[in-house]
Write a protein that binds this ligand. Structure first.
Ligand code: C2E
Ligand code: CA
Ligand code: CA
Length: 640
């Protein structure tokens, strides 16, 4: 017998085992099963040697004992290899629970062949059905085929599994798992042709090495800087939770001033703080859950954390506890710091039906900058969800499908003409389920989802169609809000030109409003669009002036006709200092020859003061609220 291959196998497997232990790759079910798999193969290799090595130095009775024990343990361990492999594959894909289901009968069915195999080996000392030791040498028993059949059944399980869930595993993992078949088949064939070469264990050890290289990737799963699982691990786990139809509660934790922490203290201190937070989160969760309950803590970047707890173990006050843990003062040797945070509990699949829903939720939660406190998703009202922009995409899609957006018009008073010669077009969404949804809530969501292009087209079509109906009342132009995202689209200029033609609208009849925040990022693409449209004779306004950081010097160099001073600056006019600042602002804008619209004017006094200061146009509830088309026409008829 040639057992050199077993020695090679022994070396490979012990190296892998040492590497797993030294690198502490035994957390999590997947890694633990892999560790057991390696140990079983290692012992199996030893038994293989014991049952076939020459052992000529031993007395015949000692040799008999070694053979007998070695072979017995060999068959017990050997029976476990393929079941363990299948389970390891299932846990790596994360869909093991889906495959094996929750029914006891399925589990029993899966274990049955294994149990029969083990029973046959256990009874072998009496039956000698599997093997016998004759003259100190191994001989096959009559039922040896049974072990092959059982092995085949588990190989079949693993193949069915791979076929069923191949979409869940990445390519490298599939490669590693599939490689076990050619390795072992080749080994069995070679062993058949050259019976003296014991290749099977060697084939397994090469397969394990392949898995070690391709499947076990702790660096992808663990964020060593903060001591938690990574974002990649999070998305993988979320996907698997849906696939295996488990109930899991997530606690999403957001630290609001994350970017300021990086800017002020640097990335190293930031990581230290995040590390401290992970430690606190871990301690809190552990103190709350029984020792045997598994949970995970993930760092999703940008001051965003997630904790997952199996649904049935999640307790009612977990979100509050996590909030406490994160907002408690952080002491460093240089400074103390209190962080503002928000915690939201979501239950999957109760609150979110798909992987995409969770993705959208995390995205909006991360960006809803103002929220702090504790939220239980299930308990939020529909309006609260919309305020936090959760779920809003659904209503936008619905409104687009049902064509249920509506345009309102808010007349704007011209001081020079002493007439309402213009109006701002404002979109409205009235949902039949939840009622009125403010554009201030759905426009940002639409920009994120891309629905802004459909909405933008609707706005342009509606306004262009409408303009001809009001020109006869002396309306000179309509102000249309344009999102910077629309302007970034390459086809925007051509579309506008086409629509002006299509509806027979003059370029002088429209004025596009871009928000100040858009004008701040007036980058090459946006600037090109503005320049091209300006060349076509379309004028632009800067909206919400005073809410950002733009300076007049920059605006001066852009083709801007009007600046709309934001409502927040107009509201504070009872304050002397605010009034002085605004007076100066108006003076500066006038000095560079740009016209001014004052927004959000609600009282006669404010309107008069702004007129005295030299504002060209006044817009606000004092004169008129936004109104639907027919009312706007009535309004115009009444005053003309
Ligand atoms: P905005 O462009 O600054 O529009 C002015 C907002 O102020 C409107 O709110 C208007 O109803 C409100 N407003 C006007 N006068 C007064 C007043 O005297 N007092 C108070 N408290 N509010 C006044 P609205 O219609 O809710 O729109 C909110 C924002 O949504 C708009 O702010 C604009 O940024 C966006 N938006 C509205 N319609 C469109 C649209 O068709 N396209 C795009 N891209 N954005 C739109
Ligand atoms: Ca506007
Ligand atoms: Ca505005």
């Amino acid at each position: 017998m040639v057992y050199q291959y077993d020695i090679c196998s022994f070396l490979i497997l012990s190296l892998i085992l040492v590497s797993l232990i030294l690198r502490k790759i035994y957390y999590g079910k997947q890694h633990r099963i892999f560790l057991i798999f390696v140990i079983v193969l290692l012992l199996n290799t030893l038994c293989d040697m014991a049952s076939s090595a020459p052992l000529s130095a031993l007395s015949s009775s000692a040799r008999y004992a070694v053979r007998e024990v070695g072979t017995f343990v060999y068959f017990i361990l050997h029976a476990s290899i393929l079941p363990l492999f299948t389970i390891f594959m299932g846990l790596s894909a994360g869909t093991w629970y889906k495959y094996i289901g929750t029914h006891k009968s399925v589990k029993i069915l899966f274990c049955l062949p294994y149990a029969i195999n083990i029973a046959a080996v256990l009874s072998n000392p009496w039956t000698h059905a599997i093997y016998r030791i004759v003259d100190g040498e191994y001989q096959r028993g009559d039922l040896i085929l049974l072990t092959y059949i059982v092995g085949f059944i588990y190989a079949l399980h693993s193949i069915i599994y791979l076929k069923k869930f191949r979409g869940v595993l990445d390519r490298t993992s599939i490669f590693a798992f599939v490689s076990i078949y050619p390795y072992t088949i080749l080994a069995v064939i070679l062993q058949y042709i050259y019976p003296n070469n014991m290749l099977e264990m060697f084939a397994y050890s090469v397969a394990v090495m392949t898995m070690m290289i391709f499947v076990i990737r702790p660096e992808k799963m663990l964020n060593l800087a903060v001591g938690s699982k990574t974002m990649a691990a999070f998305w993988g786990d979320v996907k698997n939770i849906f696939l295996s139809e488990r109930n899991v509660n997530f606690y999403i934790i957001k630290v609001n001033s994350d970017s300021s922490i990086i800017k002020l203290y640097g990335i190293n201190m930031h990581d230290l703080i995040m590390r401290e937070l992970v430690a606190r989160i871990n301690a809190k969760v552990r103190s709350k859950l029984a020792k045997s309950v598994l949970y995970d803590v993930y760092y999703l970047n940008y001051g965003l954390f997630a904790v997952s707890v199996e649904g049935k173990y999640a307790s009612g006050d977990m979100a509050d506890l996590l909030y406490e843990a994160v907002s408690e003062k952080i002491h460093t040797d240089k400074f103390d710091l209190s962080l503002e945070c928000a915690v939201c509990e979501i239950a999957v699949p109760r609150d979110m039906k798909s992987f995409e829903d969770v993705m959208n939720f995390i995205d909006t939660f991360e960006k809803s900058s103002a929220v702090t406190g504790v939220f239980i998703y299930e308990k939020l009202t529909q309006q609260e969800k919309i305020k936090m922009s959760f779920d809003i995409d659904r209503y936008i899609r619905k409104a687009i499908e049902n064509n249920s957006f509506q345009m309102y018009y808010q007349p704007i008073y011209s001081v020079k003409d002493n007439k309402f010669v213009t109006a701002e077009a404002l979109i409205r969404l009235n949902d039949d389920e939840v009622g009125f949804i403010s554009p201030a809530d759905f426009i940002p969501a639409a920009e994120k989802s891309g629905a802004i292009y459909d909405i933008g087209n609707f706005v342009i079509d509606s306004v262009f169609k409408f303009i001809n109906k009001v020109e006869k009342y002396g309306v000179q132009y309509i102000e249309i809000n344009i999102s910077a995202m629309q302007c970034m689209s390459d086809s925007f200029v051509e579309e506008i030109k086409g629509k002006l033609m299509q509806y027979g609208v003059s370029n002088k009849s429209v004025n596009f409003e871009l928000t100040e925040s858009a004008s701040e990022i007036l980058d090459d693409v946006l600037r090109r669009t503005v320049t091209l449209l300006h060349a076509e004779g379309i004028e632009f306004s800067i909206d919400d002036y005073g809410t950002g950081y733009s300076n007049l010097h920059r605006i001066m160099s852009e083709p801007i006709k009007i600046i709309k001073i934001d409502r927040s600056l107009i509201c504070g006019l009872s304050d002397d200092k605010a009034r002085a600042v605004l007076a100066d602002t108006i003076k500066m804008i006038k000095a560079i020859g740009i016209e001014i619209v004052a927004e959000g004017v609600e009282t006669k006094e404010t309107a008069q003061w702004l007129i005295d200061m030299g504002c060209d146009y006044i817009q606000g509830f004092y004169y008129a609220k936004p109104m639907p088309e027919d009312q706007y026409i009535e309004f115009l008829q009444k005053i003309s």
